[in-house]
Design a protein around this ligand. Structure first.
Ligand code: HEM
Length: 507
């Protein structure tokens, strides 16, 4: 009987008779692309459509691609846990192809042995606990530079203490990953006060442009024959940003490969050395030059967005609710004290800080949707037929704001993440009640590094400085940008040093 139920004929019958998730009626050939194009930004159109239909899962046909957005944790877990093996692939699309120069990164590779092997290699040789520990000194240098840069904005004679928090947070993340990868903070000569030089500004802008373009709703991803016309201009923007990043990365990578080949470099000092020296059991190099370049871009892109966006939003929310800010600072004073700067070894004990970060990830994710997951075969999920090659988009925004899961979902309340039993707070959220590092085969391999960077960013800024609203301002405007989930205006706040002077790093 059981084998009858699994027979190909029976499965075909089941697939044929099971409905697609609800969604707007598609036009012939173009599907719902016309609606997508007149309802920008697309993420708002999709979310509005779903709430009007009262559904947590939808089917939207864009060109001939089935797009399946999901807004509740139960159904999300079915995709990423119960049927993870079916939904672990990624789409072929313009932005991923251009940014990764032909899918040379883990996040962009379709499921298969190449992706599996590369992910295993990077997880066990590059993002491993041993390598994380090895590079602790480099991360500490950048945590010190973060404090120095903000301090210099408070005390220099012409400075007011007004700090652009977005700039500080984004550049700290960029500095950490550049230092870990290339052993340097600056591509050029940098700035005396610890801030970014023009090169770092250009580099980071290019990385954030790449992030904005990646998997954005580009016409040619749904009607590939239109690609050469680049109707929405996405390809031009993506190519320019990729070229700028390459202008900084490639000469360093090529020179380093040369140094190892000529034998003028013999000791590994950073992750680029590690990537170049990866070998299989027979001593053959594991990554080609293009793959090394792809991996460098991947590690840059993966590191800068989530931590900096979480810090900016959380601090904006906390400036409007100073009691939360006080609790976070009280925890730092209790756990670390005021005689030394907070260190990575304090992270396990900073539960309130981690609760603030989880709350920022929940309420203010960097992107509206998770990276797309593509199905490798037909599947029935939650009573709906999901055709092969569907692109499943878990909504980071709607999961975190789902009122069936979260009380007062639009309120910033870190307390909801504290464990009653006193257990340590973690940034991971495997139940997908919101998305931090996601879960399953495609789950993020950078949890340890991502946690260290994010917690140190929060903890150093809150321990080192008291933060206030700018003069003549009674509240921070918490509007979203609209075309993205960024705070509409970069957060500017007043910082004042709060520790003994000798603790502030001078260079
Ligand atoms: C707080 C920081 C971070 C957050 C919140 C985060 C979150 C995520 C998310 C949501 C995904 C997509 C998972 C999915 O498809 O279901 C992902 C994938 C990925 N992340 Fe992270 N990440 C962070 C930091 C990092 C860091 C520091 C690295 C490495 C330097 C990294 C490397 C990757 C890679 C390589 C993937 C692709 C995995 C795959 O496709 O198999 N991430 N991350």
């Amino acid at each position: 009987m059981l084998c009858c139920l699994r027979s190909p004929l029976f499965m075909m019958f089941r697939f044929r008779t099971t409905p697609l998730p609800p969604g707007p009626k598609p036009w012939p050939l173009v599907g719902n692309l016309p609606e997508m194009l007149i309802n920008k930004p697309t993420h708002l159109w999709i979310h509005n459509l779903m709430s009007q239909m009262g559904t947590d899962i939808a089917h939207i046909r864009l060109g001939n691609v089935h797009v399946i957005p999901v807004t509740c944790p139960e159904i999300s877990r079915k995709f990423l846990r119960e049927h993870d093996a079916v939904f672990a692939s990624r789409p072929y699309c313009m932005s991923a192809e251009v940014v990764t120069k032909g899918y040379h990164t883990i996040f962009s590779m379709p499921v298969g042995s190449r992706w599996e092997n590369t992910k295993k290699i990077i997880a066990s040789h590059v993002l491993s606990p041993v390598k994380h520990h090895w590079l602790a000194g480099k991360r500490l240098e950048e945590a010190d530079n973060l404090v120095r840069f903000v301090y210099n904005q408070c005390v220099s004679y012409d400075k007011t203490g007004m700090v652009n928090v977005r700039t500080v947070a984004q550049h700290y993340c960029g500095n950490v990953i550049r230092k870990m990868l290339f052993g340097r903070r600056y591509f050029g000569t940098g700035k005396e006060d610890g801030g970014p030089g023009v090169e770092e500004e250009e580099h980071l802008e290019a990385i954030f442009t790449m992030l904005k373009c990646l998997y954005s709703f580009c016409i040619s991803d749904y009607l590939p024959w239109l690609r050469r016309f680049d109707l929405d201009g996405h390809e031009k923007v993506t190519r320019e940003a990729t070229m700028i990043a390459g202008k900084y990365h490639d000469p360093i990578i090529e020179e380093r490969i040369n140094q190892w080949e000529k034998g003028t470099k013999t000791a590994e000092e950073d992750l680029l050395d590690v990537l170049i020296n990866l070998r299989d059991a027979d001593g053959n190099q594991l990554l080609s030059k293009d793959e090394i370049k792809g991996e460098v871009t991947e590690l840059m892109v993966a590191t800068v967005d989530n931590p900096s966006n979480a810090l900016e939003w959380a601090l904006a929310e906390m400036l409007n609710q100073p009691e939360i800010l006080e609790k976070a600072v009280e925890e730092l004073d209790r756990v670390v004290g005021k005689d030394r700067l907070v260190l990575e070894s304090d992270i396990p004990n900073l539960n309130y800080i981690k609760a603030c970060i989880r709350e920022a990830f929940r309420l203010h994710p960097f992107a509206p949707f998770n990276v797309p997951h593509v199905s490798i075969s037909d599947q029935i999920v939650s009573g709906y037929f999901i055709p092969k090659d569907s692109r499943v988009l878990l909504s980071r925004k709607a999961l975190g704001r789902n009122s069936n899961v979260w009380e007062e979902p639009l309120e910033f309340k870190p307390e909801r993440h504290l464990n009653n039993n006193g257990a340590k707070v973690e940034l991971k959220e495997s139940e997908l009640r919101f998305i931090s590092f996601s879960t399953g085969r495609r789950g993020c391999p950078g949890v340890t590094l991502g946690t260290s960077i994010t917690v140190m960013l929060f903890a150093r800024l809150l321990q080192g400085f008291s933060w206030e609203l700018p003069p003549n301002q009674s509240k921070i405007d918490l509007s979203e940008a609209g075309d993205s989930l960024f705070l509409a205006k970069p957060l500017v706040a007043l910082a004042k040093p709060r520790l003994p002077k000798n603790l502030y790093p001078v260079n």
